[in-house]
Design a protein around this ligand. Structure first.
Ligand SMILES: [Zn+2]
Length: 363
């Protein structure tokens, strides 16, 4: 029985190639001519059988793995040659769509959305929090943690975050139903080439991740449970501003707070970005603050200037705590006037509930 997919010409072509190979080897191994024709026939027979078996397996594989190919190319049966078949299946199997399909089914992967600015053609990749959460809650253990650790009853205070005064004073009042999914954002810049080489900064990327604070600490600190949110070229920030780079995140944070995340038919919870961490450079940029630290306002917590800080003598260290500290309203004021170290209004000012005094704590 020969495979439907195997075109007669392809079989012939394969057999001829093997015979050619055999003739070459016959020459090499000095096989007498009298045996030659007999051996040629034998080789042909073996090759054709092998080809039939191989193509039957191949066809079966296609039917199981990518029925769309089998269906859409049904009419071409017996017309495709070997190379076309290989090209066709590779094209399908190696397409981004197929790869994500496999990753999605087998590993609960969430496909990133590519956002391109029409005018500048700059690109950002964004992985919706909603999709990631939907994928996370497929895991029953993680789902259990989210649900149990979202109800703020007295018995549920082992979680360090829930015990904090910050949670009590600033996050808890945001909840209408005493439950929620709390996330921590983390941003950093990475160089995918030698940072002291000639291509320095050329391939620099900015990435934002999130973790879920409802999980017990041993889980939320595991790198397996750090979820990628967005990736963009660092130069996009200079060209188009963080406003463009983070707009999908800001929009989704507002949506997930006001419209909430549907866990099941009965359970719905708001998602709240409780705070954001990162190095000074990254966080200052997120806050809209100056990103140089050798002059001007170098601290996001207080109004101390670089010069003033340098002139403090050791015996005056205790005065450090007497400085005037920034708070949410001073941040809002400084966004308007772009003063006191603020060089642009933070993109996070558009997230309805963020309190800038606590949003980026010292970790
Ligand atoms: Zn300070």
């Amino acid at each position: 029985m020969s495979s439907d997919f195997l075109c007669e010409n392809t079989r012939k072509h394969l057999a001829e190639n093997f015979v050619y190979f055999y003739l070459k080897s016959r020459h090499f191994f000095l096989i007498p001519k009298s045996k030659s024709n007999q051996l040629c026939e034998l080789v042909k027979e073996i090759v054709l059988k092998f080809a039939d078996d191989y193509f039957l397996l191949f066809e079966q594989f296609l039917k199981e793995e990518c029925p769309s190919i089998v269906n859409s190319y049904n009419s071409y049966k017996n017309k495709l040659n070997l190379q076309e078949m290989i090209d066709l299946s590779l094209e399908h199997l190696l397409s981004n769509k197929k790869i994500f399909e496999i990753l999605q089914n087998k590993f609960n992967f969430v496909e990133p959305i590519e956002i391109i600015d029409e005018e500048s053609k700059l690109k950002i990749l964004y992985i919706p929090i909603k999709e990631t959460l939907s994928s996370i809650i497929k895991n029953e253990t993680l789902l259990k943690y989210i649900i149990i650790n979202s109800y703020l009853n007295a018995t549920n205070k082992e979680n360090f975050f829930f015990k904090s005064t910050y949670f009590e004073e600033h996050i808890s009042p945001l909840l209408t139903n005493k439950n929620g999914i709390f996330i921590k954002l983390y941003s950093d810049e990475i160089e995918i080439c030698n940072p002291i080489g000639s291509a320095k900064t050329k391939h620099k990327l900015c990435v934002v991740y999130f973790t879920i604070l409802n999980f017990p600490e041993y889980l939320s600190s595991s790198s397996d449970l750090y979820f990628l949110l967005t990736v963009f070229n660092d130069s996009n920030v200079k060209k188009k501003g963080l406003q463009f780079c983070l707009f999908p995140l800001i929009r989704e944070l507002n949506e997930l707070y006001f419209e909430e995340f549907q866990i099941s038919n009965l359970i719905k919870m708001p998602v709240i970005a409780a705070f954001m961490t990162g190095d000074n450079l990254s966080i200052h940029r997120m806050l809209g603050m100056q990103t140089w630290f050798s002059s001007g306002y170098i601290c996001r917590f207080c109004f101390i200037g670089y010069k003033q800080l340098c002139s403090i003598r050791l015996e005056e260290l205790s005065t450090l705590f007497l400085f005037e500290y920034r708070d949410n309203s001073s941040y809002i004021e400084d966004f308007k006037s772009l003063s006191n170290g603020l060089i642009s209004p933070s993109v996070f000012r558009s997230v309805a509930y963020i309190n800038f005094q606590y949003f980026s704590p010292l970790i």
